[in-house]
Design a protein around this ligand. Structure first.
Ligand SMILES: [Zn+2]
Length: 210
C-alpha cells in the first residue's frame, strides 16, 4: 500500500515587483520507502518534526529527500534527514558521495515512485510520479514542484510564466502537458492538490508554446 500525504499546502502571494510571500507544498510518501518531497524554509524545522510525529514517523526513518528544484523554499530542512539519499533537482547525493543519474529516462527510487526531469521553472526541475490505488483504481499522483505553481495557473498561465525561467517557457509548457496527461492528481508547488480533468488537459495542450 502506498500513501501520499500532503503535510503542508504551499502558498504564494505577490505583494509587488520586489516582494512575495511563499512557502512550498511539503509531501510525505509512505511506500516501500519513506520519501519526503520539498522541505520548506529553514524556519519550518520544528513544524516538520511535529507533523511527522503525527504520521508515526521520525526524520531518521526517511529514506529519500526529494527537492523538486533548488530554490530556498524547497530545501530548507534537508539536513533533518541524514539517513536519506538526497535528490535535489538533478543532483543526487548521500553525504559526500554524488551519483550521476540520468533523470531524463526516469529514476525509479522504489517500485511505486519514479522521478522524471521536468525542466522549465529552473533547468533542473524534477517531478515525482507516484503510482497508487484509489478506490480500487490505479492512480497517478504527480508532485510537480513549481512546474505547476497552483491550480489557478491552468486558466491564467501568466502565474507560472512570471515565476519561471523565461528562456525555458517553451520547455515548461511542453512538460506541463506531458505531466498532466499522465497524472490523475497534481500536487503543485504552491497550492493544494487538485484532481485532473480532461478539460484541464485540453487547456494545457492548447497552451504549448511552439
Ligand atoms: Zn517554489
Amino acid at each position: 500500500m502506498c500513501e501520499v500525504i500532503v503535510l503542508f499546502n504551499g502558498h504564494s502571494t505577490k505583494f509587488d515587483d520586489e516582494t512575495m510571500k511563499a512557502n512550498c507544498t511539503c509531501t510525505l510518501i509512505k511506500a516501500s520507502k519513506n520519501i519526503i518531497v520539498d522541505t520548506m524554509t529553514a524556519w519550518d524545522r520544528e513544524k516538520i518534526i511535529q507533523v511527522l510525529i503525527k504520521h508515526n514517523i521520525t526524520p531518521e526513518k526517511i529514506d529519500y529527500v526529494v527537492c523538486t528544484h533548488g530554490h530556498a523554499d524547497h530545501i530548507g530542512n534537508n539536513n533533518l534527514f541524514v539517513n536519506a539519499e538526497h535528490i535535489i533537482g538533478t543532483c543526487v547525493h548521500r553525504g559526500e558521495l554524488f551519483f550521476n543519474k540520468n533523470l531524463k529516462d526516469g529514476y525509479q527510487i522504489c517500485p511505486e515512485v519514479k522521478i522524471i526531469a521536468t525542466p522549465g521553472h529552473t533547468p533542473d526541475d524534477i517531478t515525482v510520479l507516484v503510482e497508487s490505488t484509489v478506490s480500487g483504481k490505479s492512480t497517478c499522483f504527480a508532485i510537480t514542484g513549481d512546474l505547476f505553481e497552483k491550480e489557478e495557473d491552468i486558466l491564467d498561465p501568466t502565474i507560472w510564466q512570471e515565476l519561471g525561467t523565461t528562456e525555458l517557457q517553451k520547455t515548461q509548457s511542453c512538460m506541463r502537458s506531458h505531466v498532466i496527461d499522465i497524472a490523475n492528481f497534481i500536487i503543485p508547488g504552491h497550492g493544494p492538490m487538485f484532481t485532473v480533468t480532461d478539460d484541464m488537459r485540453k487547456t494545457i495542450k492548447n497552451q504549448i508554446i511552439v
